[in-house]
Design a protein around this ligand. Structure first.
Ligand SMILES: C[S@@+](CC[C@H](N)C(=O)[O-])C[C@H]1O[C@@H](n2cnc3c(N)ncnc32)[C@H](O)[C@@H]1O
Length: 264
Protein backbone atom coordinates (compact mmCIF):
# COMPACT_ATOMS: atom_id res chain seq x y z
CA UNK A 1 0.00 0.00 0.00
CA UNK A 2 1.26 3.44 -0.89
CA UNK A 3 1.43 5.32 2.44
CA UNK A 4 0.99 8.76 0.91
CA UNK A 5 -2.11 7.68 -1.00
CA UNK A 6 -3.40 6.05 2.14
CA UNK A 7 -2.87 9.28 4.10
CA UNK A 8 -4.55 11.30 1.33
CA UNK A 9 -7.58 9.01 1.16
CA UNK A 10 -8.08 9.08 4.92
CA UNK A 11 -7.25 12.80 5.24
CA UNK A 12 -9.32 14.68 7.79
CA UNK A 13 -6.79 17.47 8.16
CA UNK A 14 -6.46 20.49 5.89
CA UNK A 15 -7.58 20.09 2.31
CA UNK A 16 -5.12 18.53 -0.17
CA UNK A 17 -5.41 18.79 -3.93
CA UNK A 18 -3.50 16.07 -5.84
CA UNK A 19 -4.06 13.74 -8.80
CA UNK A 20 -4.26 10.10 -7.71
CA UNK A 21 -1.51 8.94 -10.07
CA UNK A 22 1.00 11.32 -8.43
CA UNK A 23 1.28 9.15 -5.33
CA UNK A 24 3.20 6.36 -7.07
CA UNK A 25 5.67 8.90 -8.43
CA UNK A 26 6.10 10.52 -5.00
CA UNK A 27 6.73 7.15 -3.36
CA UNK A 28 9.34 6.23 -5.97
CA UNK A 29 11.45 9.35 -5.43
CA UNK A 30 10.66 10.43 -1.87
CA UNK A 31 10.82 7.25 0.19
CA UNK A 32 14.61 7.38 0.60
CA UNK A 33 14.28 10.74 2.39
CA UNK A 34 11.92 9.62 5.14
CA UNK A 35 12.87 10.37 8.74
CA UNK A 36 15.98 12.25 7.66
CA UNK A 37 17.05 15.79 8.41
CA UNK A 38 16.10 17.19 5.02
CA UNK A 39 14.70 20.38 3.53
CA UNK A 40 11.54 20.23 1.43
CA UNK A 41 10.07 23.12 -0.50
CA UNK A 42 6.59 23.06 -1.98
CA UNK A 43 5.49 25.90 -4.22
CA UNK A 44 1.70 26.15 -3.83
CA UNK A 45 0.32 25.91 -0.29
CA UNK A 46 -3.41 26.40 -1.01
CA UNK A 47 -5.21 25.17 2.17
CA UNK A 48 -2.03 23.75 3.71
CA UNK A 49 -3.05 20.08 3.50
CA UNK A 50 -0.10 18.88 1.44
CA UNK A 51 2.34 20.46 3.92
CA UNK A 52 0.67 18.44 6.70
CA UNK A 53 0.96 15.33 4.53
CA UNK A 54 4.69 15.91 3.94
CA UNK A 55 5.22 16.39 7.69
CA UNK A 56 3.53 13.08 8.47
CA UNK A 57 5.44 11.27 5.71
CA UNK A 58 8.92 12.72 6.20
CA UNK A 59 8.83 13.01 9.99
CA UNK A 60 9.84 15.54 12.63
CA UNK A 61 13.38 16.13 11.40
CA UNK A 62 12.33 17.57 8.06
CA UNK A 63 12.27 21.32 7.55
CA UNK A 64 9.35 22.20 5.31
CA UNK A 65 8.96 25.42 3.37
CA UNK A 66 5.79 26.41 1.55
CA UNK A 67 5.74 29.24 -0.99
CA UNK A 68 2.50 30.90 -2.06
CA UNK A 69 1.30 34.17 -3.51
CA UNK A 70 -1.73 34.19 -1.20
CA UNK A 71 -0.85 36.06 2.04
CA UNK A 72 -3.48 34.09 4.00
CA UNK A 73 -1.23 31.05 3.72
CA UNK A 74 1.17 32.60 6.24
CA UNK A 75 -1.31 31.67 8.98
CA UNK A 76 -0.79 27.97 8.15
CA UNK A 77 2.77 27.90 9.52
CA UNK A 78 3.59 25.21 12.04
CA UNK A 79 6.56 23.93 13.99
CA UNK A 80 9.43 23.64 11.51
CA UNK A 81 6.98 24.37 8.66
CA UNK A 82 7.61 27.85 7.30
CA UNK A 83 5.61 29.74 4.71
CA UNK A 84 6.99 32.45 2.46
CA UNK A 85 4.67 34.78 0.62
CA UNK A 86 5.57 35.87 -2.91
CA UNK A 87 5.31 34.90 -6.55
CA UNK A 88 7.16 31.95 -8.01
CA UNK A 89 7.30 33.94 -11.24
CA UNK A 90 9.34 36.72 -9.64
CA UNK A 91 13.08 35.97 -9.88
CA UNK A 92 13.91 38.72 -7.38
CA UNK A 93 11.59 37.23 -4.78
CA UNK A 94 13.04 33.76 -5.36
CA UNK A 95 16.60 35.09 -5.09
CA UNK A 96 15.68 36.85 -1.86
CA UNK A 97 14.58 33.60 -0.16
CA UNK A 98 17.30 31.17 -1.21
CA UNK A 99 19.70 32.09 1.60
CA UNK A 100 16.93 31.61 4.13
CA UNK A 101 16.01 28.17 2.80
CA UNK A 102 19.53 26.90 2.10
CA UNK A 103 20.10 23.68 0.20
CA UNK A 104 16.91 21.90 -0.85
CA UNK A 105 16.57 18.11 -0.89
CA UNK A 106 13.13 17.96 -2.49
CA UNK A 107 11.40 20.72 -4.43
CA UNK A 108 7.79 20.24 -5.54
CA UNK A 109 6.33 22.83 -7.89
CA UNK A 110 2.56 22.74 -7.38
CA UNK A 111 1.99 26.48 -7.76
CA UNK A 112 0.12 28.40 -10.42
CA UNK A 113 1.12 25.99 -13.25
CA UNK A 114 1.63 28.58 -16.00
CA UNK A 115 4.62 28.09 -18.28
CA UNK A 116 6.47 31.17 -17.07
CA UNK A 117 5.91 30.27 -13.44
CA UNK A 118 7.26 26.77 -13.89
CA UNK A 119 10.24 27.88 -16.00
CA UNK A 120 11.25 30.87 -13.84
CA UNK A 121 11.04 28.75 -10.67
CA UNK A 122 13.14 26.02 -12.27
CA UNK A 123 15.76 28.48 -13.52
CA UNK A 124 16.07 30.11 -10.12
CA UNK A 125 15.74 27.12 -7.82
CA UNK A 126 17.20 24.08 -9.60
CA UNK A 127 20.71 25.10 -8.61
CA UNK A 128 19.57 25.22 -4.97
CA UNK A 129 18.62 21.54 -5.05
CA UNK A 130 21.20 19.26 -3.44
CA UNK A 131 23.55 18.10 -6.23
CA UNK A 132 24.09 14.91 -4.25
CA UNK A 133 20.76 13.18 -4.88
CA UNK A 134 18.25 16.03 -4.59
CA UNK A 135 14.93 15.92 -6.44
CA UNK A 136 13.13 18.65 -8.41
CA UNK A 137 9.57 17.57 -9.20
CA UNK A 138 7.36 19.81 -11.31
CA UNK A 139 3.74 18.71 -11.35
CA UNK A 140 0.66 19.52 -13.40
CA UNK A 141 2.85 19.92 -16.47
CA UNK A 142 -0.18 18.91 -18.57
CA UNK A 143 -0.76 22.68 -18.55
CA UNK A 144 1.94 22.68 -21.25
CA UNK A 145 -0.86 21.51 -23.56
CA UNK A 146 -3.51 23.94 -22.33
CA UNK A 147 -4.06 27.33 -23.92
CA UNK A 148 -5.28 29.00 -20.79
CA UNK A 149 -1.95 28.26 -19.05
CA UNK A 150 0.15 29.45 -22.00
CA UNK A 151 0.51 25.93 -23.37
CA UNK A 152 -0.17 24.21 -26.69
CA UNK A 153 1.25 21.18 -28.48
CA UNK A 154 4.87 21.96 -29.48
CA UNK A 155 4.37 25.58 -28.60
CA UNK A 156 7.67 27.31 -27.78
CA UNK A 157 8.45 28.00 -24.14
CA UNK A 158 6.16 25.49 -22.54
CA UNK A 159 7.64 23.65 -19.57
CA UNK A 160 7.46 20.40 -21.52
CA UNK A 161 9.37 21.83 -24.51
CA UNK A 162 11.84 23.42 -22.07
CA UNK A 163 12.36 20.03 -20.38
CA UNK A 164 12.76 18.25 -23.72
CA UNK A 165 15.63 20.63 -24.53
CA UNK A 166 17.22 19.71 -21.20
CA UNK A 167 17.42 16.09 -22.44
CA UNK A 168 20.02 17.37 -24.93
CA UNK A 169 21.98 19.01 -22.11
CA UNK A 170 21.90 15.76 -20.18
CA UNK A 171 23.77 14.15 -23.10
CA UNK A 172 26.04 17.10 -23.84
CA UNK A 173 29.20 15.14 -22.97
CA UNK A 174 28.86 13.44 -26.34
CA UNK A 175 28.26 16.51 -28.45
CA UNK A 176 30.23 17.15 -31.62
CA UNK A 177 28.41 20.41 -32.32
CA UNK A 178 29.25 23.74 -30.72
CA UNK A 179 25.54 24.50 -30.33
CA UNK A 180 25.44 22.01 -27.46
CA UNK A 181 27.87 22.52 -24.58
CA UNK A 182 28.44 20.79 -21.26
CA UNK A 183 27.19 23.13 -18.54
CA UNK A 184 26.25 23.07 -14.86
CA UNK A 185 23.02 21.19 -15.66
CA UNK A 186 24.99 18.45 -17.50
CA UNK A 187 27.48 18.21 -14.66
CA UNK A 188 24.87 17.91 -11.90
CA UNK A 189 21.93 16.03 -13.42
CA UNK A 190 21.67 12.27 -13.24
CA UNK A 191 18.32 11.84 -14.95
CA UNK A 192 15.08 13.38 -16.18
CA UNK A 193 11.88 11.35 -15.90
CA UNK A 194 8.72 12.20 -17.81
CA UNK A 195 5.42 10.97 -16.37
CA UNK A 196 1.81 11.84 -17.10
CA UNK A 197 1.68 15.44 -15.79
CA UNK A 198 5.00 15.29 -13.92
CA UNK A 199 8.66 15.85 -14.79
CA UNK A 200 11.23 14.72 -12.22
CA UNK A 201 14.88 15.79 -12.25
CA UNK A 202 17.39 13.85 -10.16
CA UNK A 203 20.56 15.70 -9.30
CA UNK A 204 23.96 14.04 -8.93
CA UNK A 205 27.55 15.19 -9.37
CA UNK A 206 28.37 13.50 -12.64
CA UNK A 207 31.76 12.05 -13.50
CA UNK A 208 32.47 12.67 -17.20
CA UNK A 209 31.53 9.36 -18.85
CA UNK A 210 34.18 6.80 -19.79
CA UNK A 211 33.63 3.38 -21.33
CA UNK A 212 35.61 0.30 -20.28
CA UNK A 213 35.79 -3.33 -21.42
CA UNK A 214 35.70 -6.02 -18.75
CA UNK A 215 35.64 -9.82 -19.21
CA UNK A 216 36.90 -12.28 -21.84
CA UNK A 217 36.79 -11.93 -25.61
CA UNK A 218 34.48 -14.37 -27.40
CA UNK A 219 35.45 -14.06 -31.08
CA UNK A 220 38.91 -15.07 -32.32
CA UNK A 221 39.24 -12.36 -34.96
CA UNK A 222 38.63 -9.64 -32.37
CA UNK A 223 41.09 -10.97 -29.78
CA UNK A 224 44.09 -9.97 -31.86
CA UNK A 225 45.36 -6.44 -31.47
CA UNK A 226 44.83 -3.95 -34.28
CA UNK A 227 47.73 -3.91 -36.72
CA UNK A 228 49.52 -0.62 -37.30
CA UNK A 229 47.57 -0.22 -40.56
CA UNK A 230 44.23 -0.93 -38.83
CA UNK A 231 45.02 1.62 -36.11
CA UNK A 232 45.85 4.19 -38.78
CA UNK A 233 42.67 3.39 -40.68
CA UNK A 234 40.57 3.64 -37.50
CA UNK A 235 41.95 7.04 -36.51
CA UNK A 236 41.67 8.38 -40.06
CA UNK A 237 38.02 7.27 -40.29
CA UNK A 238 37.31 8.74 -36.86
CA UNK A 239 38.66 12.15 -37.86
CA UNK A 240 37.01 12.16 -41.28
CA UNK A 241 33.64 11.22 -39.80
CA UNK A 242 33.88 13.85 -37.05
CA UNK A 243 34.61 16.48 -39.69
CA UNK A 244 31.69 15.26 -41.84
CA UNK A 245 29.37 15.34 -38.84
CA UNK A 246 30.35 18.93 -38.07
CA UNK A 247 29.39 19.75 -41.65
CA UNK A 248 26.15 17.78 -41.10
CA UNK A 249 27.18 15.29 -43.85
CA UNK A 250 26.49 11.57 -43.40
CA UNK A 251 29.52 9.55 -42.22
CA UNK A 252 31.50 7.12 -44.46
CA UNK A 253 32.64 3.55 -43.73
CA UNK A 254 30.92 3.79 -40.36
CA UNK A 255 30.51 -0.01 -40.07
CA UNK A 256 34.24 -0.49 -40.63
CA UNK A 257 35.02 2.17 -38.05
CA UNK A 258 32.74 0.47 -35.50
CA UNK A 259 34.27 -2.95 -36.34
CA UNK A 260 37.77 -1.59 -35.72
CA UNK A 261 36.67 0.16 -32.51
CA UNK A 262 35.54 -3.21 -31.14
CA UNK A 263 39.02 -4.74 -31.65
CA UNK A 264 41.79 -4.44 -29.10
C1 LIG B 1 -2.87 23.64 -6.80
S1 LIG B 1 -2.81 24.77 -5.47
C2 LIG B 1 -1.64 23.99 -4.40
C3 LIG B 1 -2.16 22.73 -3.84
C4 LIG B 1 -1.39 22.18 -2.66
N1 LIG B 1 -0.01 21.99 -2.94
C5 LIG B 1 -2.03 20.87 -2.30
O1 LIG B 1 -1.50 19.83 -2.71
O2 LIG B 1 -3.05 20.86 -1.64
C6 LIG B 1 -1.96 26.09 -6.17
C7 LIG B 1 -1.50 27.19 -5.23
O3 LIG B 1 -0.55 27.97 -5.96
C8 LIG B 1 -0.69 29.31 -5.56
N2 LIG B 1 -0.14 30.19 -6.61
C9 LIG B 1 -0.73 30.62 -7.75
N3 LIG B 1 0.08 31.43 -8.43
C10 LIG B 1 1.22 31.52 -7.70
C11 LIG B 1 2.44 32.23 -7.88
N4 LIG B 1 2.66 33.00 -8.92
N5 LIG B 1 3.40 32.09 -6.94
C12 LIG B 1 3.20 31.30 -5.85
N6 LIG B 1 2.05 30.63 -5.63
C13 LIG B 1 1.09 30.71 -6.54
C14 LIG B 1 -2.18 29.51 -5.33
O4 LIG B 1 -2.39 30.59 -4.45
C15 LIG B 1 -2.57 28.16 -4.76
O5 LIG B 1 -2.57 28.20 -3.35
Amino acid sequence: MNELRNYFEQNEGRLINKFDHYFDVYERYFSKFRNKKITIVEIGVYQGGSLQMWRKYFGKEATIWGIDIDPRCKSLEDENTHILIGSQEDPLFLRSIIDKIGMIDILIDDGGHTQDQQIVSFEELYQQVNPDGGIYLCEDVHTSYMNVYGGGHKRNNTFIEYSKALVDKLNAYYTEQSSLQVDEFTKTTNSIHFYDSIVVFERKLMIPPSSKMMGKWSFENEIKKKTFFEKLKFHALLRINKALQTLKIKGIYVDEMIRLSCMR
